[in-house]
Design a protein around this ligand. Structure first.
Ligand SMILES: [Zn+2]
Length: 283
């Protein structure tokens, strides 16, 4: 009699376990429908070959935006510039991958230049951009695609994006993959209404933001002189400044070289973006 009872208890327990499994698998299926899958790939970040002593010196970080649409002598010339200068590459273009490979070979860090929707609907950020009508899962998966293609990138900044970076929800979706992978984000500040710093801080994404556009409003010697003068503002004690320029032509490359020379004369030390972000004061 006792044995029969024991067998019955065992059968009951087994039945219970199998139904638990069923419920668990149902739950798992449901959560997979709404949540993006866990990552299989681990990003191997590039590391610059140069290490710089920045103690007590003002720091200058430079990012060159918009690489990916050409692989020619101009790209090779850009690759000869100081290796602490970071390249921001637009994903999904004909030469995105080869630009990344050449940049890494030249000893520098690479970030994804994430195409994002702008307030002005006349400007086209590209077919593979982050758009305001996308779901959280679609945005997450698109960001993952960028980093799968540009697998040496250690972070990202935004290409255009005044509509996305001003929206808290959309920025949360956009930064989720970066947060999971400990990738950094630099706000290009294409709008004064940006919420990127707030959301990056909330999501613990290593963060910094642009202070100066070197080639805006246009790429001329007069603007260059103004920008060199602007550096004074950031010099101070342990000053920091993050400058963005673009890769479009040799004129920009030459002005960038002059800018770097002048900045060094003023005592600035050029630091790679990962180094710069590490020392960002916590807000
Ligand atoms: Zn851009």
């Amino acid at each position: 009699m006792k044995r029969k009872k024991l067998i019955l208890i065992c059968i009951m327990a087994l039945l219970q376990l199998s139904s638990c499994d069923k419920i668990a698998s149902l739950f798992k299926k449901k959560s997979q429908d709404t949540e993006p899958k866990k990552q299989e790939r681990v990003v191997t970040p590039s590391r610059p070959r140069t290490r710089v002593d920045t103690y007590g010196k003002p720091q200058l970080c430079i990012i060159i935006d918009d690489f990916g649409s050409f692989d020619n002598a101009l790209l090779d010339d850009f690759c000869k510039i100081d290796p602490a200068v970071t390249f921001a590459i637009i994903p999904g273009l004909n030469y995105s991958r080869s630009s990344m490979q050449k940049a890494i070979k030249s000893g520098r860090e690479v970030i994804v230049h994430i195409p994002m929707e702008a307030e002005n609907s006349d400007v086209n950020p590209g077919n593979n951009a982050i758009r305001s009508n996308m779901s959280s899962v679609a945005i997450y998966n698109r960001v993952k695609e960028y980093f799968t293609e540009l697998d040496q990138a250690i972070g990202a900044n935004n290409h255009m994006g005044s509509k996305i970076t001003a929206n808290k929800e959309l920025m949360r979706y956009s930064l989720r993959y970066l947060s999971e992978k400990n990738l950094l984000f630099v706000d290009s500040r294409t709008t004064a209404n940006t919420v990127a710093r707030e959301i990056a801080t909330e999501m613990r994404v290593p963060f910094a933001e642009r202070n100066i556009f070197l080639d805006a409003p246009d790429n001329t010697d007069a603007v260059l002189r103004e920008r060199i003068k602007d550096l004074e503002k950031y010099k101070g004690n342990n000053g920091r400044v993050l400058v963005i320029t673009h890769c479009f032509d040799n004129g920009r490359l030459q002005r960038l070289k002059t800018f770097i020379e002048e900045a060094k004369k003023m005592g600035f030390v050029l630091v790679p973006v990962s180094e710069y972000v590490k020392q960002e004061p916590i807000s």
